[in-house]
Design a protein around this ligand. Structure first.
Ligand code: GDP
Length: 177
């Protein structure tokens, strides 16, 4: 069961980027293992996790990369971006600064990644609605201008986590298959 003996039609590499503590690791844990931890980390060492899913009758292995804390030292290397066909640009919707930094992350991403990489902007921690510091319209406007998909998520409550990964993977499949 699981990956055992399964024929894989495609392997798609997707990278998570964004400031430290916005919830990248927890989004990945929620998607890949349906787990969440409130006192997470130091994410040390773990490079990526995989999850196999079916899109359009094809078996797709999503290989989702986490920065493993490198972003704290602004040391995300070009090896991290190499071969990526998708990117999740994550900010914390209760921290304005993490949204303002999306411009830089996008610049870095476009400087390193493939031309036709599929990018999704993610406002995480939407369970903390009363602490919202980034209006949805600001994010929508930025996403539209930069041609990104956009979704608000909560890794804590599982809101939109499956949906955002499925959306980006389906779009990647549409482009690459
Ligand atoms: P990373 O540095 O971007 O990988 O962030 P982490 O995944 O380590 O999360 C940083 C902190 O935010 C941890 O304490 C998490 O438990 C918390 N966190 C992550 N996602 C959510 C969320 O959706 N809602 C809430 N309330 N907290 C979250």
């Amino acid at each position: 069961y699981g990956d055992y003996n399964q024929k894989i039609d495609y392997v798609f590499k997707v990278v998570l980027i964004g400031d430290s503590a916005v919830g990248k690791t927890q989004l990945l844990a929620r998607f890949a293992r349906n787990q969440f931890s409130l006192d997470s980390k130091a994410t040390i060492g773990v490079e990526f996790q995989t999850k196999t899913l079916i899109v359009d009758n094809k078996t797709i292995k999503a290989q989702i990369w986490d920065t493993a804390g490198q972003e704290r030292y602004r040391a995300v290397t070009s090896a991290y971006y190499r071969g990526a066909v998708g990117a999740m640009l994550v900010y914390d919707m209760t921290k304005r600064q993490s949204f303002d930094h999306m411009v830089r992350w996008l610049e870095e991403l476009r400087g390193h990644a493939d031309q036709n990489i599929v990018i999704m902007l993610i406002g995480n921690k939407c369970d903390l609605g009363s602490l919202r510091a980034v209006p949805m319209e600001d994010a929508e406007e930025f996403a539209q201008r930069e041609n990104l998909f956009f979704m608000e998520t909560s890794a804590l409550e599982s809101t939109n986590v499956e949906t955002c990964f499925l959306t980006i993977l389906s779009e990647i499949y549409r482009i690459h298959a």
